[in-house]
Design a protein around this ligand. Structure first.
Ligand code: SAH
Ligand code: SF4
Ligand code: F3S
Length: 460
């Protein structure tokens, strides 16, 4: 790992300014996970630092950037569809620059497809090129032709990046980049490169900036936060990092994702139990309830080990809730193995599940495995899983009725005059209140529960 500070490239910024008659506008859209959304906030930060204004409609933009996700085929096809729709815009405004970046562009085949079939795409760069964006734009403008970078891996961790955060009270704080786990179905280690942890002092610095700027909820991000610290000169693990952050003064709370079960420790759970600032919610993706499938997925834990950790957390952390990701129809998953997943969710009692039908990713190990299960069978399993989960979640949510909870008020709900607030355990409650409360804490009494949406009243 090589740590570098972001530098403002005056030459490139001047070249960009000279290219336009009036201050240019940029439209940036991020797909995919929170890490990517946080990258999108940095892209916007770098563009503002380079003289761009930001706009919400791509019709108003001089530069359109799609920051893409490659995790499932559907995500990629959506991007190709949305990029295709920009062709008309480019025909009307030949000065428009259309750029694609993020995880999709780390795959050679994707860059080739953009080169051949999307001639109106001007700029392509990978996940590690954000700090160099002004240079790339200046280079593209100077050359007057397309600039499509082929994927590279870069080991630098860039600090002090300018950032335009989407929220004024909830912030993403990456603690590590990349992934070394190579779960057999997953493209992320190929597109995000090797695992790199940020130094704790850099994390602490950003954390303090966020607290003093009034941020209330800080979500620590990493593909596997539990392997935080590997490769650093200092000796600390994820639980130690949490401990450090909890020493900071201020009215805030901490969430984190994602925890890989193979590296989640009892020490981590003890730390959650110790500090009220750490939310009592654990996103611990299990992926499958079958030991054979878990082995084929290269997950390195068994159902028994997973349940042991869940039981420990239930004992130690008052009112803890769990969520998980589940893959349906991994190659060769039998009906019995799927039923084991159903059994597992009954045992854990998740508050929330993110369920995905397996999507073949070229270059991964699972892409080579025979996959005889029909699509119909997979969607049928998905339906059964969702139904079972709905019953569990509504039972748990009903158990909240009558409780008084401190919530972070997040925004307007669909119903006129009503706001939403997030509980410590990650459930959301709707209640009537003054919108001036958005971004602050409020006490709410829970009065009703509909599946996972709670209804309540503000306590004056
Ligand atoms: N690092 C995180 C997950 C990142 S990807 C972790 O290990 O938990 C988010 C989720 O997408 C995964 O947990 C998995 O459930 C799902 N996913 C990843 N690759 C997939 C694929 N090829 N098909 C279907 N779902 C996939
Ligand atoms: Fe993908 Fe596994 Fe890494 Fe998560 S831990 S990003 S599922 S390879
Ligand atoms: Fe997608 Fe890349 Fe995140 S593939 S899920 S945006 S790390």
């Amino acid at each position: 790992m090589n740590r570098v500070d972001f530098t403002h490239n005056t030459e490139a910024v001047n070249a960009i300014a000279a290219h336009y008659d009036s201050p240019p506008m940029a439209f940036v859209h991020s797909y995919g996970c929170q890490q990517n959304v946080n990258d999108g906030e940095k892209i916007k930060g770098v563009l503002v630092d380079a003289g761009y204004g930001l706009c919400d409609k791509f019709e108003d933009a001089d530069l359109i950037l799609f920051n893409t996700c490659a995790v499932r085929e559907h995500a990629e096809e959506r991007v190709f569809g949305n990029v295709g729709a920009l062709k008309q815009l480019k025909a009307k405004n030949p000065n428009l620059i259309i750029g694609i970046c993020g995880c999709m562009t780390q795959q050679e085949g994707v860059v080739e497809r953009l080169r051949k079939s999307y001639p109106f795409v001007d700029l392509v760069f990978g996940v590690n090129g954000i700090d160099t964006l002004p240079q790339l734009l200046a280079e593209k403008m100077g050359a007057g032709k397309r600039l499509l970078k082929t994927p590279t891996e870069r080991y630098d961790v860039v600090e002090q990046m300018p950032i335009q955060r989407d929220s004024t009270f909830r912030a993403w704080l990456p603690i590590m980049y990349g992934c070394d786990n190579f779960c057999s179905y997953c493209i992320v280690p190929y597109v995000r490169g090797r695992e790199r942890s940020r130094k704790s002092e850099d994390i602490l610095h950003e954390f303090r900036q966020l607290i003093s700027a009034g941020y209330k909820e800080i979500t620590l991000l990493g593909q596997n936060v539990n392997s935080y610290g590997k490769g650093l000169e200092e000796s600390l693990d994820f639980a130690d990092l949490l401990e450090k952050l909890c020493q900071e003064e201020g009215d805030f709370h901490i969430r984190f994702m994602t925890s890989h079960p193979k590296d989640a420790t009892k020490k981590l759970i003890d730390t959650i139990a110790k500090y009220p600032q750490i939310c009592n919610h654990l996103h611990l993706p299990v992926q499958s309830g079958s030991n054979r499938v878990l082995k084929e997925m290269n997950r390195h834990y068994t159902v028994e080990q997973y349940l042991d950790l869940i039981d420990y957390a239930k004992q130690k952390v008052d009112g803890i809730t769990f969520s998980s990701d589940i893959i349906i129809g991994f190659p060769g998953e039998t009906e019995e193995e799927f039923e084991q997943t159903l059994e597992l969710i009954q045992k854990v009692e998740y508050m929330q599940l993110f369920t995905f039908i397996y999507s073949k990713r070229n270059g991964t190990r699972a892409a080579e495995m025979p996959d005889p299960i029909t699509r119909k069978e997979k969607t049928d399993r998905m339906g059964r899983l969702l139904k079972a989960q709905e019953e569990i979640a509504s039972r748990l949510a009903k158990g909240m009725v009558g409780k008084t909870c401190r919530v972070l008020v997040e925004g307007h709900s669909r119903q006129e005059g009503t706001l939403t607030g997030r509980l410590n355990n990650n459930l959301v409650v709707e209640f009537k209140a003054d919108p001036a409360l958005i971004g602050s804490y409020a006490d709410v009494i829970i009065e009703d529960a509909r599946v996972t949406m709670l209804k309540g009243s503000l306590i004056k």
